[in-house]
Each structure stands twice: as C-alpha cells, then as structure tokens.
Design a protein around this ligand. Sequence first.
Ligand code: BGC
Length: 788
Amino acid sequence: MDPWTLEYEGPDPQGALVRETLCTLGNGYFATRGAPPEAGAGSTCYPGTYVAGCYDRAVSTVADRRVDNEDLVNVPNWLPLTFRPEDGDWFGEPAAGLPQRTELDMRRGTLTRTFHTVHAGRRTHVTQCRLVSMDDPHLATLRTTLTPENWAGTVVVRSALDGTVSNRGVARYRDLNGRHLAPLGAGSENTGTAWLRCRTLTSGVEIVLASRTLVTRDGRATTCATPTSDDWAATDLTLNVRTGEPTTVEKTVALYTSRDRAVGDCLDAALHALDRAGDFSELARRHEAAWRHLWETCSVEVDSERDQRLLNLHLFHLLQTLSPHTPDLDVGVPARGLHGEAYRGHVFWDEVFVLPFLNLRFPQTARGLLRYRWRRLPRARASARAAGLRGALFPWQSASDGREETQELHLNPRSGHWLPDNSHLQRHVGLAVAYNVWQHYRVTGDVAFLCEFGAELLLEVARAFADMAVFDEELDRFVIRGVMGPDEYHDGYPGRAVPGLDDNAYTNVMTVWVLLRALDILRTLPGPFREELQESLGLEADEIARFESVSRGLHVPFHEGVISQFAHYEDLDELDWEAYQGVRRLDRALEAEGDDCNHYRAAKQADVLMLFLLLSEEEITDILERLGHARDPELVPRTIDHYLARTAHGSSLSSVAHAWVLSRTDREASWEFFRDALGTDVEGAPDGSTAEGIHMGAMAGTVDILTRCYTGLAVREGVLHLSLRLPADLDRLSFDLRCLRQGRVRVEVFRDRVRVSVPASGGPPVTVRVGVHLVSVRPGTACLLPLA
Ligand code: BGC
C-alpha cells in the first residue's frame, strides 16, 4: 500500500460523493471536488468549486419563517470536458465492465483517472490528470489523453465553463435558497479560449473563469467557439485520432474574483494568467515543487501503513484548505474545508484544533487566521454591546463580516422537524480565539504580534467574559448564565422556557484562564503600547481589577466528586445507554421519539474534558485552587471516567479530544480514540457527512495528538520542550517543524531516546529540553537524548 496515494478501482455510485470530497484538489485559494469532468446536468456527482472567503447571503422560507443564510458559494464549474466520435453521442460515463481507476497522488497533488469509453463498438482508453496549482493559486489544469484502441477517425472534444451551478450539495439544506450567482456574460473564441463572468447576488463578488483548451500532440486539430449563453461558454476541438496513438488535450483555467489583490479587471487578470501559464508539464513541475516544499515543512512519519496514509491524507487536505496562500485572503478556518457545503463553509471554534498545527509549521498562516478574527472585532464588539457587555463577543458561526451566522432553525433529518437552533449560545468560541492568540504568542515569542493586534483581540474577549460574570449573592460567587458549552446536546434546562445553561464549567474555567492571560499581556506589553491600547479601548483600572476579582471568584460547579458540566447537572437522569448503543446522533434519535437530550447526562462530545486538552494539569489545578477548591490528585481521572461513560461521540472532534485527554490516564484507550479519529473521513464520520466536506478539526487534531500530545512538545521562551507519553503501539515517530524563531527542526522519537536535528542553514541554534537535559543543537548537527 503506497501511503501517498488513495486509489479507487471501478465505479462506486453509493460512495461517489465521499470519493469526490476526498479527491478534492485545492491550494488554499480555491478547491474543486474530485467529480468527473463529464458529469452533466442530472448527474449524481457534485462538482463543487469553492473560493476561500467567497460568501453570499440568500433568503429562504422554512417552517413559515423567513431565514437568511450565508453560504460559501459554489462558483462556476471549470471542469466540463467531454468528447464524441464525429458521428456519435457525447461521452457520458466510463464503460461498465472495463477497468477504471482513480488515483489521488498526495505527494504531488494530482488526481488521475483511467478508464475506457465505448461508442458503437469503438473503444477508447482515456487518462485524465488534473491539478489545482499550489504554485500559482489562480490556476488549474486538466490533461486528457485519448487512445483509440480499435478505431481511427474524427473526435470532437468539448471544453466548457458552467455558470449554471447553485449550492445544492447538502440534502438537508435543499429547502433553502441556494442560488447565489447572476451571470454577467460569457464568450469563446476559435483560438480555444473561453471565459465566463458572474457576480454573487448579494455580496457582489465578481467571479471570472477563463480557459484555454488545446491539443498538444496533434497538429491537425481545428478549434471553434460554440454558441454561448450568459452562464455557459464552450469551445469545440475537432481532431483526427489514430488507432493506438495517444492524443492529448490540455485545458488550463484561471480563476479570479474581485476579492483579489493587485487586480484591476478580473477578466483581464484571468486572460493574462493564461497567457503566462506554461503547458501542463510546466504547470505540474512548478506545482510539484511547491508541494515538495510544503511536505518538507510538515511531514509526519509513523510505522503503520494505514496510519501513515491517513496522516498524509489529513496533512494533504489541511494544506489544501489553509496554505501559504491563505494569510492574504482574510479568511478563517472553514470547519469542513473547501471541500463541500456542510455548515455552509462557516467558521466555528474548530480553529482551536487547527492553529497549534499551523503555529509550529506555518506561523504566518496561523497569524493570517487570527487576523481574520481581529478584522471582525467591530461586529463582535457590537454583539457584546447588544448583550450589555464591554469587549467583544465572537459569533458561534462566522463567515464574511463576522456577524452571527448560526441558523435559527435546523432540520432533524430523522424526524423531518425544523427545530430552534440555540447553538449561538456557545459563547466559548471567543475563549478559543483568545486561547489561540496566547498560544501563537508563546510559540513565536513575538511581542510585535501582540502589539500589532494580538493583545487587542485577547483583551476584548477577556472584557466580554469578565462582564458576562455577574455576582450571585446567594452563592457568594460570580456566575455566567445562559450559555452552552461545547456539548451541543444540552442547550437548556428541562422545563425552563429560556434556553441556555448556567456555569458551564468549560466556559468558566477558560474564562479564568483568559482573564489571567489578559493580566499577563498587560504586564508584557511595552509601556507606551500598553498605554495607547488601554486608552483606545477605554480599559481602565477598575475594569482590570474586575479581571482579577472574577478570576478569583467564578463559580465552578461540582457533583459526586467531579467537575459538573454545568450547574444542576446532577439533577439530570441517566440515559439507558444500552438502548442507544452505537447511536452517535442521540439528539436526532431522541427528538424523533419526542424526547430530548436535555433530560439526560448524555453528551455529544467532550465538554468539561476539553479543559484537559487545552490546559495542563498544573494550570487547571492552579485555577481551581485560585477559586478556592482544595487540590485533589484524583479529580482529573475521576472526571474523565465520569464523562467518558456518558458521551455519544456525535462529533468528529470527540475522538480527538478523548485521545488527547486519555493520554494522561489510559494510553491504550487514548490510542484507540486516536486511530478512530484518524479514520474519520475515510472509514466513516460520526455523522456520516464526509460527502459534504472534510472534518478539519479531526484532521489537524490527529496530527497534533501525535506531534504535541504524545511527545509533550511545547515551545516556551524559545526552548523546545519534549516530555514523551507514547502509547505502547507507537514505536517510532518522526516529524518536521518550522518555528518562527527556531527555523526548521526534525524530531525523531524512539522508545528510549529522541533525536533532534537542525538542517544546515544560517539560522540560530535550537535549544531543546528533554527531562533534565538541556542542549543546544547547531544548524547542520543533531543530538540524541535519552528519555530516562
Ligand atoms: C460540533 C462543533 C463543531 C462543529 C463544526 C459540530 O458538530 O459539535 O463542536 O464546531 O461541528 O465542526
């Protein structure tokens, strides 16, 4: 099994949409699903193309309510290419019964299909290879080689750009308006060039595709423009083919939008890009070189073939969604990649699983994603004001401008009911933003980042949470009411009319942590910066004193010797877990039976336990002590056991979180969760929704578990710390990092020792601490450290 390829033999109508997601090619700027170019109207394939950050809002009516939704737009399809013998029908799908194969090459970033077509006994072998350039993010190319096996004659190849598309990739959203494009015109020329221009209906983003389709190995082709409409442009090539001789057609496409920089007119930019683009081989050479550099920066190697392939797949899709092209695009982390339409391309808190991966390899990309949040502070501030708070409240679902994009109603596909969606109460998303600011600063050690925007972002989140805490006389504590934690199966109390829970422990402990970091930041910033920032924010001494008092007096509920997920959790019933064995979407199952998860001690995913992922045991203990709780060494294992027994793992993030958390108490179980998380998109996601996009959190989370959790890797004050807690089945692990200050580092972990090497470069030495050993590794050298 080649760990760098994903192969599919034969057709698989049932699994086709999942395949298309997994065979998506992208470069951080745009991505195209692995659908076949010949898929026409009425096909079950879904050839979506998505441009990072290109959203559009549409109004729909569901359950007699007017709702508006912002979608990551499915932009015009650049793939269409088909052919026919002069006197035959257009090729529709590969001939059944003859070999066909699809191969994703993750090292090179190419997707290759081989198959046969048969037109009235005339058999043609076809090879089709495509790439979405990692070198020039505006370019993609598709090379088709036709080899007639038992005939010769004339073939017509049609290459088109299709602007008739809409967003219809998710069955659950089909009642919603998915129309986002208004055509602005299209055209084609006898030179083999076609173009198509459209604009998104409400956000007004202009999108242009231009294509050039040429025959490379047959001088006798004639090209002609075919009639176009406003949303469809095509060119036909007529060529002679000979038995056994391959003929190659190359279609190269340029994609620009009015969101791009350094562009006057999108069509002009696209045509210019086509003029400069070399042929397929040249584009492939540059594209593969770009991929080679990416892999050198972030490879991860393990012994198991299955795990290696899945890890490569995770890294591959992460890099196709968030690449070195990302920082300039003003985009966040789309929870489902640029691979489909689940969650409408929105940005949730999943970046808390993704940024640690980027901080240690692509710090500029991580910073670009944080800047996406910073640019949306005005909306987040307005949302805080509306709630009577200072500071900033980030939305649970974010898209173009940072307003709350969470839908008001969601469909339970099991019951067919449209239900109120209260998940906007997941205020904790802001805590994840602040957490990421601090982690980015810790890893990069870059005070300039704090001065530029990091400090402002973290302080504004801290202010909102400090204000959200109100003093409860009876409890003699601060409390935070009316929120939801990460566990989406609980959004309120049975019998209480107003949604929301009180004192979600995850929210409250993370609030204390963020308030402490806000105080640290105020101490860290150089004096003049701090004064200027405080003045511009209107952050005065009494508010800072409030950070201090809330961080000492916030309520964290307990029951039965464990941290309670929220206040009065102990009053909930136990679920009959046997009756629901294997049911991951308990919310849907119970609602369909007229019941409600809110009645039960049953979680979708890690909630309290997320604390043990994000914070060290020491940090949690310090916070709890600060809040007046006695030190209890058994608290962590007890709390893990309690919730583990009551979690349905209805989110792909759950296995990641549990793998991480259990690495402290039960490495065997941790390893099982890790391997489950690795299989998320290939072997079956909890919600079975890979057809609608990849799971970015699970993809980044698994890489992070191997490289940070099991190795205890942390960068603090410029020192690389390692303290291993390897599961028994992980014999060998090696990986590359590239930190802002340290440059490139390679870490190889064996059972009893670890080797750290620094490639030759003009960079500084890297300081490494493993246990009691503190060594400095000069560029061009390596050191081997014992683990005892
Ligand atoms: C999870 C959230 C997550 C979202 C997007 C949901 O199923 O419960 O925690 O942010 O998916 O990935």
